[in-house]
Design a protein around this ligand. Structure first.
Ligand SMILES: CC(C)(COP(=O)(O)OP(=O)(O)OC[C@H]1O[C@@H](n2cnc3c(N)ncnc32)[C@H](O)[C@@H]1OP(=O)(O)O)[C@@H](O)C(=O)NCCC(=O)NCCS
Length: 171
């Protein structure tokens, strides 16, 4: 299978924040943002694999900035690394200033998707070839994030998480 670049999966979704999607402080409700990110990331994983994809885990979410009602929000997702049947997808969330149009980074998240066949069985995906410095940085960190996610899910013994251990041992 030929490898693909992150740009082949890059998915951009822009939408505004309506009052029905906010919390009592009139900021975007966290669950609504999770759903928007899941949708964009799912499309990115599908574009990379050209398979049915399912969300296997949400590895990381940082709600760094509140997103007020009326904001224009852009969710950008791209595959950051492909393993055998799973893909890590990095999601950046941007807010657009109402007056200047300037974009500010509001949040980011990392999801894992698995490509499956019609019966739900995991199936192989193309590898990913990162191109830019940022893509290479995200690619390099993806294996330890996968190991952490598997350890937390009870699917890998901490002893087997060699890449993750190396991070703490400084090697
Ligand atoms: C995701 C799913 C297909 C994984 O099935 P599984 O039996 O664990 O399959 P495997 O053990 O073969 O794992 C498949 C891949 O997923 C990865 N994976 C599984 N759980 C993971 C987790 N928690 N974090 C990161 N990766 C995970 C495995 O490492 C493996 O990756 P690789 O093939 O690239 O090395 C299965 O659990 C499933 O269908 N879950 C429901 C998905 C769903 O409905 N999502 C929407 C939620 S509402």
């Amino acid at each position: 299978m030929e490898s693909k670049s992150p740009s082949a999966s890059r998915t951009t979704m822009t939408d505004m924040v309506l009052p029905s999607e906010t919390n009592p402080l009139n900021n975007l409700f966290g669950g609504e943002l999770l759903a928007r990110m899941d949708r964009a990331a799912s499309i990115a994983a599908r574009r990379h694999s050209r398979r049915i994809t399912v969300t296997a885990s949400v590895n990381h979410v940082a709600f760094n900035r509140a997103v007020p009602v009326g904001s224009v929000v852009t969710v950008e997702a791209a595959v950051s690394r492909a393993f055998k049947t799973s893909m890590e997808v990095y999601i950046d969330v941007w807010m657009e200033d109402r007056f200047s149009g300037e974009r500010t980074k509001a949040n980011e998240a990392i999801y894992t998707f698995v490509a499956v066949d019609e019966t739900g069985k995991p199936t192989e995906v193309p590898q990913l070839s990162p191109e830019t410095d940022l893509e290479k940085e995200r690619f390099a960190g993806a294996l330890r994030r996968k190991q952490l996610s598997l350890v937390l899910a009870g699917k890998m013994k901490p002893d087997e998480a060699t890449e993750l251990k190396a991070l703490f041992m400084g090697s």
